[in-house]
Design a protein around this ligand. Structure first.
Ligand SMILES: [Ca+2]
Length: 336
């Protein structure tokens, strides 16, 4: 082990101990034969699985065998309380809190370059609904003010942090001495030990197993699952690996760059698509995007239904929204 690795191992310990103190529920003990994961993380066993799903959405196709080494994954999505600790310790300012660059956006007026983020608003039920018309650029919206100026985090300490870009999530992970999971790690973990099932718990949809949208999207969320918006992490049952909110609540950033299908991952060990693919999202050519996983409280049966482990979306790395967060991963530490 190199000095750099030793230093990093020390950071992992310090950062994750701090995180452990902030978790809202105690971690379950690991199996007796498992090498330890940091407190607040779950040991995911090594395994071979078929990534993606045949016969569903185009971007999920070309499911192939992927082999993974054992790793550790955050039991919960990173919360506002945890992100606040990071900001307090580092003075970090998120992308949504910075003005848009005049170099990158020379055509915008100073007012239009104000810091802000994308916020979801339900659409009135009358008349035709334009695709994505439920997203609104809101100056002043950021992780501290999820619905813009006037909103705050009171009572939301244990909600997942939102309005975080990929860069913000990566900065938090660096501070914690961890990383973001790869798409393959995330999907394997979301399956919870089940093989080729549609959902994280089996093949039958159950709105009471996760924070999703009930009712016709984007007009009416009935809140049948108990939450019309975000839920505190861990509000729904864990999957087979003891992981919470791998279905819904917030989408979660992964390290992989997005392209349609899984050709780049099939028949590989511990794969990650680490090269930006500017043509990866045919809906938005020229923009390289990261894979996000798990769906959110906005995913519904009638519109998105991307709350399945195999489902995926593409997200521009500089763009956080009110329904994207993340969780941490680390390599499985060797036993002492
Ligand atoms: Ca989630």
């Amino acid at each position: 082990m190199t000095r750099a690795k030793l230093q990093r191992a020390g950071l992992i310990g310090a950062g994750l101990i701090l995180l452990a103190l902030l978790f809202v529920q105690p971690a379950a003990s690991l199996a007796a034969d498992a090498k330890p994961c940091p407190t607040g993380m779950v040991a995911i066993p090594e395994g071979l699985f078929r990534i993606g799903a045949a016969g569903r959405l185009a971007e999920e196709q070309d499911a192939g065998g992927v082999r993974l080494s054992s790793f550790c994954l955050g039991r919960y999505e990173v919360t506002n309380q945890q992100f606040a600790a990071f900001v307090a310790a580092t003075g970090y300012r998120t992308v949504a809190e910075r003005p848009l660059s005049i170099d990158q956006f020379p055509g915008l007026s100073p007012n239009e370059r104000e810091p802000g983020s994308l916020v979801f608003r339900p659409v009135p039920g009358q008349g035709p609904i334009e695709e994505l018309s439920w997203w609104h650029w809101l100056p002043g919206a950021n992780w501290r003010h999820p619905e813009g100026p006037g909103s705050d985090l009171r009572g939301r300490e244990h909600h997942p942090v939102v309005h975080v870009s990929y860069e913000d999530a990566q900065a938090f992970a660096d501070w914690a001495g961890a990383s973001l999971p790869s798409e393959a790690q995330w999907e394997f973990a979301a399956r919870g030990g089940l093989k080729d099932r549609v959902f994280a718990w089996g093949n039958r949809w159950n709105p009471h197993r996760a924070n999703t949208w009930q009712g016709p999207f984007p007009t009416t969320n009935t809140g049948e699952d108990g939450f019309a918006g975000l839920a505190p992490v861990g509000s729904f049952a864990a999957n087979g690996y003891g992981l919470f909110d791998m279905t819904g609540n917030v989408w979660e950033w992964t390290r992989d760059w997005y392209s349609v299908g899984h050709q780049a991952l099939s028949d590989r060990s511990d794969p990650v698509v680490s090269n930006a693919v500017a043509t990866g999202d045919p809906r938005d050519p020229g923009v390289a995007k990261h894979v996000i996983k798990g769906g959110s409280f906005l995913c519904s049966e009638n519109y998105c239904s991307r709350y399945r482990p195999a489902a995926r979306e593409a997200q521009s790395p500089d763009t956080g929204t009110s329904h994207i967060g993340f969780r941490l991963a680390t390599p499985r530490l060797a036993s002492a």
